[in-house]
Design a protein around this ligand. Structure first.
Ligand code: NI
Length: 193
């Protein structure tokens, strides 16, 4: 067995590896990933998980100078491939990791929600207020890194994270979904979380 991953030393990724919204590539549509994926990609996925996990642990975020983030799409690292990583803190210091290649939204609730304090994105380095309506519950299908088909149901915060990352794969940023003239438009139609 080749040991691909080091641990405990912080992620190989740095904040400066993440493209800012000014970069045009973030507006491009990513393309499907072909299997088998390379060890280099698997290593990158691991680094993305480690980066996002560290960023959500205060002392590590401070140590490595990371802005907290829950998700990262490959395009944010300049890689135009359809996959993303989400690291979800389910309990204090306990994280679930999701890695989905070629993800597709296959069903959604009618109910829509939004993050009351506003969404954030590691590529958007400014405060943006406003409502981004998202489905409260979704089912996503895709593939794991070994090419096995996976299906994940997500709700609430996790569902929002998935939808945010799915948008990245189509070149859409959350800020695109906020009307700057009326950022809280139709607020009452959606449930705040
Ligand atoms: Ni983002």
């Amino acid at each position: 067995m080749i040991k691909l991953y080091a641990s405990g030393g912080g992620s190989m990724l740095k904040m400066s590896d993440i493209l800012d919204e000014k970069e045009k590539i973030l507006r491009e549509k990513s393309v499907d990933v072909k299997f088998p994926i390379s060890n280099e990609r698997k290593k990158l996925v691991h680094d993305m998980i480690e980066f996002l996990t560290d960023s959500q642990i205060d002392e590590l975020a401070l140590k490595y100078d990371l802005r907290p983030g829950m998700g990262l799409a490959a395009i944010q690292l300049g890689i135009k491939e359809r996959f993303f990583v989400v690291v979800h803190e389910v309990d204090e210091g306990k994280f679930d990791n999701y890695v989905i290649f070629n993800p597709k939204l296959i069903s959604n609730s009618e109910e829509m929600i939004y993050v009351g304090e506003g969404e954030g994105c590691l590529s958007v380095n400014r405060e943006v207020c406003g409502i981004v309506p998202r489905y409260a519950r979704i089912t996503v299908e895709g593939y794991d890194e070994d090419g096995n088909k996976i299906r994940i149901r997500a709700r609430e915060e996790l569902a929002i994270a998935f939808q945010h990352e799915l948008d990245h794969l189509d070149g859409i940023l959350f800020v695109d979904k906020i009307d700057p003239k009326n950022p809280f438009k139709n607020k009452d139609l959606y449930r705040e979380i």
